[in-house]
Design a protein. Structure first.
Length: 143
């Protein structure tokens, strides 16, 4: 029962750890009148969708602020040419679009992060045959 006295501390640490925006960031979002849905996503460090990013740009948030948040989520975006043209027409800056296009190579799965695999017995394909042991019971026998 001694652990019960630490319960309030654990609750504060456990529940308070999900917020990623400090008070300055929250005030910037409120000054620019960002919608509650986007504000809640950003408060809990969730992935923003393309309409959310468009809203942030339309509300006049600076690009470094948007990019800092997008980097903190480590989210990847697979953009098509239609998505890029839609973002451009909506007024999203080229820096944000370039970052969104670069996320698959930055945070996506890498097929061979350490180069091709090295094999102990030479280049692939190799065959691991069992060792051959010749036993000749008659040493003077001709084969």
């Amino acid at each position: 029962m001694k652990w019960l006295r630490f319960l309030p501390i654990l609750l504060v640490l456990g529940l308070g750890g999900c917020e990623t925006l400090d008070t300055g960031d929250r005030s910037i979002l409120r000054q620019h009148q960002v919608s509650d849905a986007v504000y809640d996503k950003m408060l809990h460090n969730e992935r923003l969708e393309l309409p959310d990013i468009t809203e942030l740009s339309r509300k006049g948030l600076p690009d470094p602020f948007i990019l800092r948040y997008l980097r903190s989520t480590y989210a990847t975006y697979q953009l098509t040419t239609a998505d890029v043209s839609r973002l451009t027409r909506a007024g999203v800056s080229r820096g944000v679009i370039d970052y969104l296009l670069a996320t698959p190579s930055m945070y996506g799965p890498q097929p061979y992060p350490y180069g091709p695999a090295a094999y102990a017995y030479g280049p692939y394909p190799y065959y691991d045959y069992p060792p051959v042991i010749l036993v000749n019971p008659r040493p003077y026998h001709r084969w």
